[in-house]
Design a protein around this ligand. Structure first.
Ligand SMILES: Nc1ncnc2c1ncn2[C@@H]1O[C@H](COP(=O)(O)OP(=O)(O)OP(=O)(O)O)[C@@H](O)[C@H]1O
Length: 311
């Protein structure tokens, strides 16, 4: 459970966003979503491909404008920021992408990729100080001096992601949205990058929104988790609660698809299919707090049923 005194860094209220509104291909990517992210926590956002996770991340960064609802960052309504304040917000909030190759400028040496971030925050142009800062950032992500003069294509996937992380850290952000940061990496290096992110969080007091569909990894890194389906948040709670006492049938279905490390449990694992038709029955569903801090999208009757099923 979150400490009641914990500060809310990001506050999302009743957010809606439809792509191609009014056209035949209209997609309601965000459907009345509300949740907060506390300072210093990792909030994991999970759900199948197309459920709207990336759209939420991009909307928080103001790369998309919502149709309605508000997003506050550090108490400030992002919808009301002037251009200058928006630039300063963009330094406080950074994104790490799924595909490190595509997110790095292939024509720049690593020192200049990271240097661009330093420029954004007006770090000195003095060559020595700059090189020292680049080296400090490289070391922070487990790289070294020799890497500074190389180009992105000379690195492995995991190393490229480390460069992307150093680039994000160069502007000294408070908040990082990590959008599937490990899903393009070899399984053997995924844990290293996740551990690096966890380590950097402690050292730099960072707050993370960690977007993923690999539920095993999300549980490992997240304090709280939000589960999305078709643009809606269907469940929200601590990682332990959501994994050990899931309420919504969609969450149960997602979890049933996660392979068990133990071969005996894995043999017994039964995948629970999810029948989404009830979501379209026209009934009004709200987030109901079934246990302290554990919410499920439900009618009052469904909330009772979900609660009873847990006992
Ligand atoms: N720029 C866009 N224009 C039109 N539709 C979009 C755009 N971006 C996303 N969508 C649609 O919005 C919905 C949500 O997409 P989004 O990328 O947010 O999902 P996601 O959960 O992040 O999926 P993935 O894990 O595949 O990235 C999808 O139906 C997608 O096709």
């Amino acid at each position: 459970m979150q400490n009641e005194n914990a500060k809310k860094l990001v506050e999302i209220s009743n957010l809606d966003l439809t792509f191609n509104a009014g056209k035949s291909n209209a997609t309601k990517a965000i459907d009345n979503i509300s949740f907060d992210i506390y300072e210093g926590e990792t909030f994991g956002l999970v759900g199948e491909s197309g459920s709207g996770k990336t759209t939420i991340g991009r909307t928080i960064l103001k790369l998309y404008d919502q149709d309605s609802g508000t997003i506050k960052f550090d108490g400030e309504d992002l919808g009301k920021l002037k251009k200058k304040d928006l630039q300063s917000f963009r330094k406080k909030a950074q994104m790490i992408f799924q595909d490190p190759q595509a997110s790095l400028n292939g024509r720049l040496r690593v020192e200049n990729i990271i240097g661009e971030g330093l420029d954004q925050v007006g770090f000195t142009k003095k060559h020595d100080e700059r090189a020292a800062k680049v080296l400090e950032l490289l070391k922070m992500v487990g790289l070294n001096k020799d890497h500074a003069s190389r180009y992105p294509h000379e690195f492995s996937g995991g190393q490229k992601q480390r460069i992307g992380i150093a680039r994000a850290l160069a502007v000294q952000p408070k908040f990082i949205i990590a959008d599937e940061p490990i899903s393009a990496l070899d399984v053997s290096v995924q844990a290293q990058v996740v551990n690096l992110l966890a380590d950097l969080q402690k050292k730099n007091n960072l707050t993370y929104l960690f977007i993923a569909h690999d539920l095993a990894m999300v549980k490992y890194i997240s304090d709280r988790i939000g589960v999305m389906h078709w643009g809606k948040l269907v469940e929200l709670g601590t990682a332990d609660e959501v994994y050990n006492h899931p309420l919504h049938p969609y969450t149960k279905s997602l979890l049933s698809a996660v392979p068990e490390p133990d071969p005996i449990s894995e043999k017994k694992r039964v995948i629970k299919p999810y029948d989404a038709s009830f979501e379209q029955d026209g009934q009004d569903r709200q987030m109901v707090e079934v246990e302290p801090g554990h919410f499920v999208l439900a009618t009052p009757a469904e909330a009772e049923k979900y609660k009873a099923e847990q006992k």
